[in-house]
Unconditional design. Structure first.
Length: 170
């Protein structure tokens, strides 16, 4: 909202999160199961945001990676990107995705982005350091996540989103 952006649709299958989205965004449709994206309506999307389930990548889980149906949703996300071709992509997951399958799972995801023609950058960020007006911290606990930003024009544009010039000088 602060940026003046409007969501086109959501993809949520669980009842409670669906109800929360419907309450806060009553005019935005929930297209439901992301594996059925080929049945979704056509739409112009500038930014595709997704955080696919993390259980299969988490070091606290069974680490089945892309072999787990939940982990395979990361590749479904790529299918959605291929169908709608937004200029920008944002995907997030747990840091365990970096080592899942000895790094091959994350490599497959990044390779898929490259095959679709996206330049990308990724970075691990910790939500405890996110600052919000009026609050010292956004969350009170450590919450590290891998963020991947993709841009259909250039990896440099994607990298500029995740890396502040001040932090790169030293």
């Amino acid at each position: 909202h602060p940026l003046g952006w409007s969501p086109v649709a959501f993809s949520e299958v669980d009842a409670f999160p669906s109800a929360v989205l419907a309450h806060h965004y009553p005019g935005v449709p929930n297209w439901g199961d992301m594996t059925k994206f080929q049945e979704w309506p056509d739409a112009a999307i500038d930014l595709l945001v997704g955080g696919t389930p993390c259980q299969s990548f988490s070091v606290a889980g069974l680490r089945k990676g892309l072999a787990d149906p939940r982990g395979n949703l990361a590749l479904t996300y790529l299918g959605i990107a291929d169908r709608y071709r937004p200029e920008w992509l944002l995907w997030e997951n747990v840091p365990g995705v970096l080592s899942s399958g000895a790094g091959r799972d994350f490599g497959a995801f990044l390779g898929g982005l490259a095959e679709l023609g996206y330049g990308f950058a990724y970075r691990v960020l910790d939500a405890q350091y996110v600052r919000v007006d009026g609050l010292g911290r956004a969350v009170a606990q450590r919450r590290r996540r891998v963020f991947v930003v993709g841009n259909s024009r250039s990896w440099r544009r994607a990298a500029a989103v995740l890396f502040e010039p001040e932090s790169l000088s030293g």
